[in-house]
Write a protein that binds this ligand. Sequence first.
Ligand SMILES: Nc1ncnc2c1ncn2[C@@H]1O[C@H](COP(=O)(O)OP(=O)(O)O)[C@@H](O)[C@H]1O
Ligand SMILES: [Mg+2]
Length: 315
Amino acid sequence: MERFIRIGVVTAWPEADWHSERLLASCARRAEAAAIDPAELGTHVEGDSVVVLARGAPARQFDAFILARGFGRAGDPDVQFEIYRALEGTGALVVNRLEPLLSAQDKFRTSWLLRLAGVPTPRAAVAQTEADAERALVSLGEAVAKPLTGSLGDGVERLGPDDEGRARVRALVARDGAVYLQAWVPHPGRDLRVFVVGGRARAAIERHAPAGEWRTNVVRGGRTLAVRPAPGVEAVAEAAARALRLDYAGVDLVPAGEGATVIEVNGNPSWRGILDATGLDMAEVIAEHVLGRALRRRRSNDQIVLERSTGAIHG
Ligand SMILES: Nc1ncnc2c1ncn2[C@@H]1O[C@H](COP(=O)(O)OP(=O)(O)O)[C@@H](O)[C@H]1O
Ligand SMILES: [Mg+2]
């Protein structure tokens, strides 16, 4: 029990949200843990630095923050974004960090970062005009259209480069202003969700789409099965989380050869399906990871203070 480490779990729903509740309990088993409502955060600039306040008290009192449900209910989401930025600016340990969360939320940026890092992922495009969308679809061939920032399989549609698909992609751009297309990855109605924490694959499930459906999302009735993926698949999932700089992530993959292709990276993943299928509680793993980082940071800060006081470091 590391009583001298304090972890703030930022959530607007400390009790009603299952994930927040589990994170709080897992953190409290290891350290001091407190729920922080995102609307109770404030900040001010002073001289050349920025100070963040949690319930009126300096946020410095916390060694780490976990953004569990960092937006919502009260306050202003844009202000909350800025405060998380400010918090990181003060040197606070924040998990997951804001930029990685935003990258994971944007499916196009995810595709781009994965490609940059050499992580296998399908070809992808975004288009804002009907003509561009049609060209992109024809160039990709069989494809999946997705809302740029969607989740849970909502609005995810399979399109072919035929008349029907071309008409549909035009309609999507007309309706939404932009469309994200990703090349279709052949899969037999099942794929993998690998949960990565602290750079390592910690649990995985195979998700089977229900009859008459190709999307495997658990909320769409996908059945889950605990699996131990091949090392090559785990390595791809770990590389995906690293490419997006996420402390923890849910990576969706379709196995291919020795490895896999990444179709999506979630920066705010649920681990209910993983817990049900594997009995492994990712809240425990996340809390352990955050505690480890906070302790390492505390020790290296203490070391610097000690070296300064003994004259080992000058200046
Ligand atoms: N390129 C693709 N090829 C084949 N199936 C896909 C592809 N992209 C998504 N899917 C299926 O659709 C589901 C939802 O897509 P995903 O990109 O994970 O979006 P969401 O954020 O809505 O979960 C996936 O879990 C997968 O089963
Ligand atoms: Mg998904």
